[in-house]
Design a protein around this ligand. Structure first.
Ligand code: ATP
Ligand code: MG
Length: 510
């Protein structure tokens, strides 16, 4: 045990200094400091007193209501409340907690549905975890980051082939309402069941029924076991909705620090921006463009800057971010969508027209991009995505004009024929994820014209039959594709050969 008297003698001079500093700052360390509620608004409160409260500090109100400091004005404090259902009123006492907003993190959270401060929403009891992380944490330093090189397979053919996503990338999912944005993100989460990627689904400003639907899908598929759901739903206070994506990222960062790959889905950041606007206006921060506060870009930039792929010396973990943004009337140049497009490394654009026509998932390949691109794609894709993209984009260009012309030359007819089959192949239902091998086999076949002789209505059926046969007959080729090797010429020939044989057999059977 340390002998304090001895120590004091030895270090008396330094201790004198420390004593003096403590004495001078006594009011600051007084935990009994108390404030009073001046006025309560929708999800916000104004407080007098608490002269030493810090920005973002958690404050305690009566009946376990919590709030955090948002504005530090000269004679009052603007506070954002975290619970809609606990009434507070003018004159109520407020106390400091001396800690910022934080969230439990750890293995115990897997399979749980919580709110942004860690309160359970799934009826499975309190979240008991050893660690808590502040919801706002600095982004990893540039020197600690590694280039994105490992693919994050979504299981959705059109994305994996033409807009590939890498682990550590930030890829925006953007589209009007009801265009399948959540479905794309959810299918991606469900496809991670066997990949070892930990997923965090963060619902911001969503209806409870929509969140319940997502949780139900995760439960049904078993994906919930490697997933944490963080919910700041539409009936929560704007402060709680606002903190949800930061909390979700902190939860993901815990796993990233363990060297694991993490996927975080933010569904959706338009609602997040709206919550921030609401609380800022209620607390009289000056409005800027579209009434959003001037720092709305920074709000999203500092969130998405935390997504990264760490160097091996830093543990080698990664955090992939899939933020979702809702546009109005396909206006991607509105304020919040342009902000996010410039922050992220690419976007998957979902078009309402395609959705209406039944081309699902409604990804508009021409308006989607992945700036990491092929660098994070398995090698086997590289030989097929070039011809695939070309066939598809030529077809889309021609399709518009071909409607007006009855006399088409053979080459145009052939381009249209191939393009229709590519489109059929890229259609995919919700929950119908395809693994890498199935995807590559199908792409090899379509780009080599194997499907050209079939009616485009039967492409899906032929594809299933064909991939099953190739998997049976060419196990070595399949293994090489899955291991990330390039396709050799003889592999392609073998796949095309089997496809042609199958085509002939079907013809004869007819
Ligand atoms: P919101 O704007 O309400 O959040 P959203 O853009 O997230 O909508 P979803 O909820 O994912 O869209 O999808 C809307 C509907 O479209 C759902 O009923 C879903 O089942 C259906 N849907 C989405 N993608 C597909 C698909 N690939 N195949 C069939 N149906 C789909
Ligand atoms: Mg949605």
């Amino acid at each position: 045990m340390i002998d304090s008297v001895n120590l004091k003698q030895r270090f008396s001079k330094s201790l004198d200094v420390i004593d003096r500093i403590v004495e001078e700052h006594k009011p600051i360390v007084d935990s009994r400091e108390m404030g009073t509620v001046l006025h309560v608004g929708r999800g916000v409160a104004e407080i007098s007193g608490l002269p030493t409260a810090r920005n973002d500090e958690l404050l305690r109100f009566p009946n376990s209501q919590l709030g955090y400091v948002f504005n530090l004005d000269l004679d009052s404090i603007g506070c954002v409340l975290l619970d809609n259902n606990i009434p507070i009123g003018a004159g109520d006492e407020v106390r400091r907690t001396h800690r910022g907003l934080d969230v439990p993190v750890g293995q115990e959270l897997l399979g749980r549905v919580i709110d942004p401060v860690g309160r359970p929403l799934d009826g499975k009891g309190d979240v008991v975890s050893l660690y808590r992380f502040p919801i706002e944490r600095p982004a990893p330093a540039i020197m600690d980051r590694a280039p994105v090189s490992v693919p994050l397979q979504t299981g959705i053919k059109v994305i994996d082939a033409l807009v590939p996503i890498g682990r550590g990338q930030r890829q925006l999912i953007v589209g009007d309402r009801q265009t399948g944005k959540t479905s794309v993100a959810l299918d991606t989460i469900i496809n991670q069941r066997t990949s070892g990627v930990v997923c965090v689904y963060c619902a911001i400003g969503q209806r409870s029924s929509a969140v319940a639907g997502v949780v139900e899908s995760l439960n049904r598929t078993g994906a919930i076991n490697d997933c944490v759901v963080v919910v700041g739903q539409s009936d929560a206070t704007p402060g709680l909705q606002f903190s949800a994506p930061y909390a979700a990222t902190s939860i993901g960062e815990y796993f990233m620090a363990q060297g694991r790959d993490v996927l975080v889905v933010y569904d959706e950041l338009t609602a997040h921006a709206r919550a921030y606007r609401e609380m800022s206006l209620l607390l009289r921060r000056p409005p800027g463009r579209e009434a959003y506060p001037g720092d709305i870009f920074y709000v999203h930039a500092r969130l998405l800057e935390r997504a990264t792929c760490l160097k091996a010396e830093e543990g080698g973990g990664s955090l992939t971010a899939l933020p979702i943004i809702e546009t109005e009337s396909q206006n991607v140049s509105a304020y919040i969508p342009t902000n996010l497009i410039s922050i992220t490394d690419g976007q998957v654009y979902l078009s309402p027209e395609r959705f209406r026509k039944g081309i699902l998932p409604a990804v508009d390949v021409g308006r989607s991009v992945s700036r990491v691109g092929g660098k994070a794609q398995l090698a086997a894709y590289r030989s097929v995505t070039g011809p695939l993209r070309l066939a598809y984009s030529q077809f889309e260009e021609l399709e518009k004009f071909a409607r007006f012309s009855s006399q088409l030359d053979d080459a145009t007819r052939q381009t249209l024929r191939r393009g229709q089959r590519v489109r059929e192949l890229l259609k995919q239902n919700v929950g119908d994820a395809r693994d890498v091998v199935e995807q590559v086999i199908a792409f090899v076949a379509v780009t080599h014209g194997v499907f050209d002789d079939f009616e485009h209505g039967s492409v899906k059926q032929v594809e299933t039959q064909f991939t099953t046969v190739v998997k049976q007959e060419l196990p070595d080729v399949c293994r090489r594709i899955a291991d990330g090797n390039s396709l050799l010429k003889e592999d392609v020939d073998a796949i095309v050969g089997i496809a042609r044989d199958l085509g002939t057999t079907r013809e004869e059977a007819r």
